[in-house]
Each structure stands twice: as C-alpha cells, then as structure tokens.
Ligand binder design. Structure first.
Ligand SMILES: [Zn+2]
Ligand SMILES: [Zn+2]
Length: 245
C-alpha cells in the first residue's frame, strides 16, 4: 500500500523514511533542496525568464531535450532528429487548420493551443482527463506520432516520456507518470487511469496545497518557476526512486 501523497508533506506526522526530521514537511524541504542542487531534473520545468525559446503552445526539440534531464537521455538520442521535423510539419499544418480552435484532434499543436495554459491539477475538474478531453486527445496523438512500426515496438516513447513531454508544456497541470509515480496506483491500468487516480487524490486538498506552498517558499527561492505540482513529483520521487534515496 503506497503512502498517501499528503503524508509526504504533512507537518503533523514524521517521515517514516527519515524519522530524524521534525516532520514530513521539514523532510520534504530538505529533499527538494538536495534535488535542486544535485539532480539534472532541476532543469526540467520551464523558466520563462531565462528560456526565451520556451513556448507553451509549441512542441520543440528543446522540450525533448528537457525530458532528457529526467534520466531519459536515451529517448533524446533516439528522438531528437526525428521529432524536429514531425513537430515542425505539425505546426505548419496546424496554422492553416480550419478546426484548430474547435474540434481538431489531428494536429498536436491544434490540441495544445486549446489546453488552458494556467489550469492546475489541484483545481482542474476531472473532465480535464476524460476520454473525450483535449488533453487526452493530445496524449493519444503524441503516442501515435511516436509509433515506429518497423522497430517492432508499439510505442517508441512510452507513457513515461509522453507524460514528461506534456508535463513540460503544462507544468501546473500534468503530473509526471513514470514508473515510480505509476506504481502508486497498481489497480489503475494505463496512463489516463493513473492520472485520474492522481487527480482524485490531490483535487481540492487544501492541506496538501498549503504545505506545498510552504515548501515552495522555503526551498525554491532561486527557482521560483518550479510549480507546486512538480515539487510534489520531486518529493515523492526522492523518497521512492532508488536513484533519489
Ligand atoms: Zn523523508
Ligand atoms: Zn488541426
């Protein structure tokens, strides 16, 4: 049984992995500090002030490269050259697409521009992840673009990489769903079900969001662009991944 997400940041309980800290909250601040100082993942979230090339509604090779910072360099090697032209062609088609702002689910960039840029998972309604949602259409479209039938694999990137690419474009809305995060929901099958389980766990939890805001204030003075959602990803990863412990 996984620990509830809130237990990783709770100021009223002790972290079972690090009982020498006064509370899980204090432990979380310390874990985030270590992460930001020593792990390349600190370079993942977009920093609008210092990354002028970041465009929330345009998929670029720089996004794939940033996914690489989350221990996925093999994906960057395999994909960077291919995706550059896929993304560019898609963007060009999207510019002239008559249903770009309404119903198009053919083009990655049509769907992407319809996703609200500032929506966050703590307040987003469950419909953001629904079968018919723009978000899930984008997820499916990315999955299709990454299919390489000749390579003998259905999906070149996999759920973890698709989740990380989307997390880069919507850092407040999309949780990273790699193996560590996904294992928390063993009965949820598929990435959409795992996102839905995550969403229902954090949605409207004001104790959780207040704790994350406190941790952000304490640990992210020099990295203010990192979102509370990403902090939660980081804190759980630092406790549950063999590379984070
Ligand atoms: Zn701990
Ligand atoms: Zn379109």
């Amino acid at each position: 049984m996984s620990r509830p997400l809130r237990s990783y940041v709770d100021s009223t309980t002790i972290c079972p992995d690090h009982p020498h800290f006064a509370s899980a909250y204090v432990c979380a601040i310390q874990r985030v500090g270590i992460y930001l100082e020593h792990y390349s993942g600190a370079l993942f979230d977009p920093d609008p002030d210092h990354q002028p090339w970041f465009k929330p509604n345009v998929l670029k090779v720089s996004d794939v490269s940033c996914v690489g910072h989350l221990s996925m360099w093999s994906m960057v090697d395999a994909c960077a050259s291919q995706v550059a032209s896929v993304f560019e062609t898609d963007l060009n088609f999207s510019r002239w697409c008559p249903t770009a702002t309404t119903t198009c689910v053919q083009h990655l960039h049509c769907i992407l521009q319809r996703l609200p840029n500032h929506s966050d998972i703590f307040t987003a309604p469950p419909t953001w992840i629904a079968e018919c949602s723009d978000f899930f259409a984008l997820c499916r479209a990315l999955d299709l673009r990454s299919t390489r039938p000749k390579a003998g694999r259905f999906n070149l990137w996999g759920d973890a990489a698709v989740s990380k690419l989307l997390a880069r474009k919507r850092p407040a809305l999309v949780p990273v769903m790699d193996r560590v995060a996904g294992d928390r929901y063993p009965s949820a099958v598929g990435i959409r079900a795992k996102w839905a389980a995550f969403h229902s766990e954090v949605h409207g939890d004001t104790v959780l969001t207040a704790a994350l805001a406190g941790i952000h204030a304490a640990a992210c003075g020099s990295t203010p662009w990192i979102t509370p959602l990403r902090l939660l990803d980081i804190i759980v990863w630092m406790h549950e991944s063999p590379s984070g412990r």
